[in-house]
Design a protein around this ligand. Structure first.
Ligand code: GLN
Length: 196
């Protein structure tokens, strides 16, 4: 059976993840309401604007159902704003900001961390488990500061960590869905869902 993957579809880069997941033979569902979470094998939380996304998650009663599913071991992967939403703590530089989150990974996400507020850039990344470099696209990306030894760092750049995994929770501060390289989506599906 095809892996059945939910993509949070409240705001941000939804269709890019859906298209990439479909291209690697997953069945997908756009998650807008709690009932869309039924029977999924994994959840992807796209980039966008984390301050808007958390308000929408609260408004549509999605926070507790997602936290409960995580507690059952459901693999969840957040890209960019999605990684901020999954973090325990959010900061701007070192200053902790009072922004609610799903709080599913022992990480401090330092928002808008790379360069100036609007800075976007591409950098070849060396990623654990991939033989060749991966084209990392960063758009006002966070840095990920692990707060626990239990996190597995999958990629760092000069400034700090940009890809990590903590049990069933995966965080990347860059955007694999904006490339035509499916290797990270495949890695998530294979390792997180199929356990290979
Ligand atoms: N800077 C955005 C935030 O703080 C994230 C940007 C993105 O997802 N590309 O939520």
């Amino acid at each position: 059976m095809k892996p059945y993957v939910g993509v949070l579809a409240l705001q941000g880069g939804v269709s890019e993840h859906i298209n990439m997941l479909n291209s690697i033979d997953c069945k997908t569902v756009e998650v807008r309401r709690p009932e869309h979470l039924n029977d999924i094998n994994a959840l992807v939380i796209p980039g966008g604007e984390s301050t808007a996304l958390i308000k929408l998650l609260i408004r549509w009663d999605l926070v507790t159902p997602i936290q409960n599913l995580s507690g059952t071991g459901l693999p969840i992967w957040g890209t960019c704003a999605g990684s901020i939403l999954l973090s325990h703590e959010i900061s701007e530089k070192e200053h902790i900001v009072n922004q609610p989150s799903l709080d599913l990974a022992p990480v401090r996400a330092e928002r808008n961390s790379f360069g100036r507020q609007l800075a976007s850039f591409q950098e070849d990344l060396i990623i654990k488990g991939l033989k060749e470099p991966f084209p990392g696209i960063f758009i006002r990306a966070p840095l990920l500061h692990p707060l626990s030894e239990s996190t597995e760092i999958l990629c760092s750049v000069q400034e700090g960590v940009v890809f990590l995994r903590c049990g069933n929770i995966w965080l990347s501060s860059f955007h694999p869905e904006l490339t035509d390289d499916t290797r990270i989506h495949k890695m998530f599906i294979e390792k997180a869902i199929l356990g290979s």
